[in-house]
Design a protein. Structure first.
Lengths: 531, 243
């Protein structure tokens, strides 16, 4: 029974590598390899950037005999990343899986279903962890003082940290499910609260890391002594990851203890949470037909309702919008500080509109509303295709959703940032144009990827939102487009001047938008019709 | 109303539907029967424009679904065997969405929702989210959404599955009224007694090929439809084993 469950879980987790998520048929040889290579390239890109940070820290810390501090500095963000990524997976896999009732109807103890799914969350969480830990260890093997001891600790430390990630992820998923089952019709508000929580978590930890690093680099010995005395957990984490066996023993006790406690908590409530739908309570009022809408408005309304109903979609899709609003408020509030910081950069006055524009666009790139939108149609895809709606109209509604929720905060943030930086009217208008066009480009790019790489056979919506190829690739593609634009501006600002270069960027963005929209109207629509 | 001409649909080298031709006229209830995997759902999905087919053509009111799928879809409604509806909407929001897509005016929409909602005893549940509906309630909602825009052609895949006896009776009455009003219905079913009592014409499909079609009395002769169906299944099975 255990073997069968493990096999089912493994097949579910690896299905996108082996089978087309559109047709369900096995991928042919080169397609499977291409998909694998694409996923590998994305992981390597992240690992490479982590490796660069590790290379900066490793040598000075190791030379000062503070190997444990290096590992603590690398393992702590790895744990945070693991819990954040694993928390979504735990919520989707443990509580929102579509096959919950199917499995519960079989003669399988519910505890075993939970254990196998927790095993899958452990695997995913450890994967997220490994993306940070693997380059950290690789750099240490090359530059560190005691590579052999670290090599021996690599496997046990990863497994034990994986247990801590699992405990944290399951707890986060359990809390989300417990609150969600009582949220009823306030699910959209709850999702917004999660976004704010994640931002606070991200900014808080980022701020702490930045402050800590600055302090460390200036007061290395003092910092190490203080951490050793006051932050026992960080000290223990660093020593265990560096390969000190007593510390590894303590980490094992902590990791397994936390896991045991979480297991007991979850086991008691898992069945109730899997089968309870408090959100579906009876409405007291009778329903009345709404005022008729146009087709475009009806399709947009459908997309909005889908977004509001799915926590992971909303959290993943609206993070950028919330950040943009925060950036707008921050720019107005700290305008003097922004201008002061800009004055410190040589020659930055002329580059202010481009810098402001790039900052806002980088936040826009985080709004991933269109990439999972095709996948989220899932088994209900037949419906839109049986109605008198052209594929382009269906796709355009997804783009409308992106524009409706990203463009206003993006333009507001751009206005506030550009105003705070004291940009002139011409450069400001061109920068605003760039932001608007980049928002359209990011949405169209995400939609094109979503329609080419859909995942229609998911068992929980989180898989479509977070574990599909399209959202990950869209994020990298957005960053790539931004990097290209920055390069173009940099090259053109000499001969054309700052405003001229911005105008050129606007033209390039407009051309990109036209090309992508043209593709979506023809090739993209054909691909959607074939799904 | 619905003219299927030499329809052929191939899945990975295997013919799911092979040179199938049928003609359903206004006012007719046309039953479509066959064993599991015979090609019924593929045919129905091709007729409503969900599936692209490899050969032949399908005309709705004289309009080719290949040439103008939107015009065809405006004239028809499709009810699938397993209604995966939008679970993030309430029943009323779902009906509003379908009515908006078809541009149904407010007064007609309200009247139809009230009429069919009462007939299927679903009016009181329309404020609930679809995710809270039972299978039968989803089936009723799918039927309501099909009728809310007053189509001329109804395509139904196993429409009686999941319906309680009262709702099943109500659906039969509505189907008859719909055809008396000039509409046409093409539906698949495994319940041969229902097909026998309800249908004006019937088609039997096996392995993607049409094995018999025509008026119910002609197809059935002096036997019951069940006997004819089992006899044909037996003949085909013998023929296949001989080859």
């Amino acid at each position: 029974m255990l073997k069968a469950l493990l096999k089912k879980q493994w097949l579910e987790m690896t299905t996108s590598f082996r089978r087309s998520s559109v047709t369900g048929r096995a991928r042919s040889g080169w397609r499977a390899w291409a998909f694998l290579a694409m996923a590998g390239a994305a992981v390597l890109l992240v690992m490479g950037s982590v490796g660069l940070l590790a290379a900066l820290l490793c040598q000075p810390l190791s030379a000062a005999g503070l190997d444990w501090l290096y590992f603590a500095l690398m393992a702590a963000p790895a744990l945070l990343a693991g819990v954040m990524g694993g928390g979504f997976a735990a919520y989707g896999m443990l509580y929102c899986a579509r096959d919950n009732e199917q499995l519960l109807a079989l003669p399988i103890p519910p505890g075993l279903i939970l254990a196998v799914r927790m095993g899958a969350v452990w695997l995913l969480g450890t994967g997220y962890l490994a993306v940070v830990l693997a380059p950290a260890y690789a750099v240490y093997f090359a530059l560190g003082a005691r590579p052999l001891r670290a090599a021996l600790a690599l496997l046990p430390a990863t497994v034990l940290l994986g247990c801590l990630v699992l405990a944290g992820s399951c707890l986060a998923g359990w809390l989300a499910a417990a609150v969600g089952s009582r949220a009823g019709r306030c699910k959209a508000l709850l999702s917004l609260f999660y976004i704010v929580l994640i931002l606070a978590y991200g900014f808080g930890s980022g701020f702490a890391v930045q402050q800590g690093l600055t302090w460390l680099l200036t007061h290395l010995d003092e910092a190490a002594a203080a951490l050793r005395a006051d932050a026992g957990a960080v000290y223990l984490l660093g020593r265990a990851a560096a390969g000190e066996w007593p510390a590894l023993g303590l980490l094992a006790a902590a990791g397994l203890g936390a896991l045991g406690a979480v297991w007991l908590t979850l086991r008691r409530s898992s069945l109730r949470l899997m089968t309870t739908r408090r959100g579906a309570a009876r409405a007291a009022k009778a329903a009345r037909p709404a005022r008729p809408r146009s087709l475009r408005a009806a399709l947009l309304c459908r997309e909005l309702r889908h977004l509001a109903s799915c926590t992971s979609y909303m959290v993943n899709g609206l993070l950028g919008s919330v950040l943009l609003l925060a950036a707008a408020v921050g720019a107005v509030w700290q305008a003097r500080l922004l201008r002061g910081a800009l004055a410190l950069l040589p020659g930055a006055g002329a580059a202010a509109p481009a810098l402001g524009c790039a900052a806002v666009c980088s936040l826009v790139s985080m709004n991933l509303l269109t990439p999972p939108s095709v996948s989220l149609e899932g088994r209900a895809l037949w419906l839109i295709r049986s109605l008198p709606v052209t594929p382009w109209q269906a796709l355009r509604a997804k783009l409308d959703l992106h524009l409706a929720l990203t463009l206003p905060p993006a333009l507001l943030a751009a206005l506030c940032v550009l105003g705070a930086l004291g940009c002139g009217p011409l450069a400001g208008a061109l920068a605003l144009g760039c932001v608007g066009l980049y928002t359209l480009l990011a949405g169209a790019l995400g939609l094109a990827l979503g329609v080419r790489l859909p995942n229609l056979r998911w068992t929980n919506e989180t898989a479509a939102v977070k574990q599909s190829a399209a959202p990950v690739l869209a994020l990298f593609a957005n960053w790539g487009a931004l990097a290209l634009l920055w390069g173009l501006w940099w090259l053109a600002q000499g001969p054309l001047g700052g405003a001229g270069a911005l105008g050129l960027c606007c033209a390039a963005l407009a051309a990109g938008c036209c090309a992508l929209l043209g593709y979506l109207r023809r090739g993209g629509s054909r691909a959607f019709a074939r799904l | 109303m619905l003219d299927i001409r030499h329809l052929t649909k191939v899945y990975g080298g295997k013919k799911a539907v092979d040179d199938l031709s049928l003609h359903i006229r206004p006012g007719e209830i046309y039953g479509f029967i066959g064993h599991n995997g015979a090609g019924k759902t593929t045919t129905l999905k091709s007729c409503c424009g969900i599936l692209r087919f490899d050969g032949g053509d399908i005309l709705v009111d004289g309009v080719s679904i290949r040439a103008d799928p939107i015009a065809c879809k405006r004239r028809l409604a499709y009810i699938p065997d397993n209604p995966d509806l939008y679970e993030y909407m309430t029943g009323m929001q779902y009906l509003d969405f379908v009515a908006d897509v078809f541009g149904v005016p407010a007064a007609e929409r309200a009247g139809r929702i009230r009429r069919y909602g009462d007939a299927f005893e679903l009016t009181d549940d329309l404020a609930q989210p679809v995710s809270a509906y039972s299978h039968g309630m989803k089936q009723k909602l799918a039927i309501l959404s099909a009728l809310v825009h007053a189509p001329r052609l109804l395509l139904m895949d196993e429409p009686f599955v999941g319906l309680d006896p009262r709702a099943a009776h109500q659906l039969k009455v509505l189907m008859r009224q719909f055809c008396e009003g000039g509409g046409a219905i093409f539906f698949s079913t495994h319940v041969l007694e229902v097909a026998e009592k309800l249908c004006d014409k019937v088609a039997i499909i096996r392995g993607g090929r049409l094995v018999r079609a025509g008026a119910m009395d002609e197809v059935r002769g002096d036997d019951s439809l069940e006997e004819v169906f089992l006899e044909l299944e037996g003949e085909q099975g013998d023929a296949e084993s001989a080859t």
